[in-house]
Design a protein around this ligand. Sequence first.
Ligand SMILES: Nc1ncnc2c1ncn2[C@@H]1O[C@H](COP(=O)(O)OP(=O)(O)OP(=O)(O)O)[C@@H](O)[C@H]1O
Ligand SMILES: [Mg+2]
Length: 410
Amino acid sequence: MDNIAGTPVEGDNFFGRSAEVLRLAEILENDDILLLGPRRIGKTSICRAVMAQVRTNKWHAIEINVAACEDELAFLAKLHDALAPELSTLSSKIKGTFTNAVDALHARIKSFKIPIPGAGPVEVNLADKVAEDWIELGNDVLRLLIQANQRWLIYIDELPIMLFNIIRNDDKTGVQRVRLFLDWFRNDVRALPDSHSIRWLVSGSVGLDTLVQQHGMADTINSLNHQNLVAFTEEVAKAMLLKLAERYQLELGEEAAGKLVAEVQWAQPYYLQKAFHHLRHRASIDKDIDIISLIEPSINDMVQPGSDNDFHHWEQRLTLQLGANQAAHAVALLSFAAKDFTGARPENLLAVLEGRMPNDDAERHREVFINLRDILQRDAYWWPDERSGDKRYRFHLEPLRRWWIRRNTL
Ligand SMILES: Nc1ncnc2c1ncn2[C@@H]1O[C@H](COP(=O)(O)OP(=O)(O)OP(=O)(O)O)[C@@H](O)[C@H]1O
Ligand SMILES: [Mg+2]
C-alpha cells in the first residue's frame, strides 16, 4: 500500500471500508444513491470500489465526472462517450443492433445546442423548450441501455458542480433548468419501462443539499438514498498507519500510531495519509529522534502555507454554498470556535452573531445561528460535544482548527 494523498485510490491502495462497499452495493440492488460529503473524504475511491464490486455480479459500470460540464448537453455527451466503449463490449449479436443507434445519438448530441437567453427580453418558456429536447435525447440514451438487457451502474461524480455551473452561466433560467434536470432524474428516468436495470450512484462535495433547499427543490433529490462516509474507527486508522509504516520501513509502533490518530482527531484516511507523509519526511531528516516527538510538528507542517491547499477548500466552499454574507457569518463562528480545542458554547457563538448583526432582532439572530450551525454540522466542520454536560461546538478535524487559527493570526 502506497502513501498516496490526493488522487483516488484503488486496489491494494484502498484500505478498509470493505463493509461500506458491500453495503452500498446492496443498496444499489433496489435504490439509487446520493453520496455527499466534504472534499477528500474518499468518495471517488469508494465509488470505484463499488463499481468493481457490482462488476463481480456481472453489472456494467461506467463513471462520468461532470465537474467540467457547463450544461445538460455536455452531460449527455459525457454519458454517451462513456457508454459507447462499454456497449461495444457486449456480445457481438447485441452489439450489431447498437452500433448504428449509438452513432445516431452521437450525431444528435453533437448537432444540438442549448441557447442561453441573451440580454433581450426573458423568454420564460425557453428552459422548458430546451429541456423537452435534451430530455428526449437523454431518454433515448437510456432506452438503448435498457434494450441491452444488462444491469448498469452509472456513477456520476461531482454532479453538484455541474448544477452550480448551470446556475452561474444562466442567471435567468439556470435555476429552472437545474430543477428540470433533477426532475428528469427523479421522474422520467424512473418512468421508462425496465428502468430498474439502470442504477445511479451520484456523488459530490459542494452542497447539493444547500442548493436544493435554497431554491425549494429538496423534493427532487428525496428519492435518492442519501449516504455519507464516516471516519475510520481508531482501530482501522491505526492499522492503516502501521501498514504504511511497514511499507516505508518506518518504526512507528502502536503507541505512536495511536498518538497520530489522536492528533488528527477526525480519522478520515486522507488526513491520516497526509499526516503520515509529513511524519515520514521528518523522520527521514531527524533519524535519531524518537518518532513520537515528531508527530506534533508533523501535524503543524500540514497547515503551513504551501501544504495547506486542502484547508482552503473548507473556507471557499462556504462562499460557494452560502453566498458572501452568510459565509462571512459562518467564518466568524468558526474562528470563534477554533480558539479553544474543546470548542465553544452555543450562547457565546450566538453572541458573535449578535455583534455582527446589530440591526436585526433576537429572533433573526437565532434563525441565522440555527441555520448555520446545522450546515456546519452536516458538512463536518464541527460537532456538538455534550460529554462535559454543557454543549460545545468543536472542530472535527484538529489540523483544520489549527489552520483556521493560523489564518486568523497576524
Ligand atoms: N479507502 C482508502 N484508503 C486509503 N486512503 C484513502 C481511502 N479513501 C481515500 N483515501 C485518501 O483520500 C484521498 C482522496 O480520496 P478521493 O479522491 O477518493 O476523495 P474524494 O472525496 O473523492 O475527494 P474530492 O472531493 O477531492 O473529489 C486519497 O488520495 C487517499 O489519500
Ligand atoms: Mg472525488
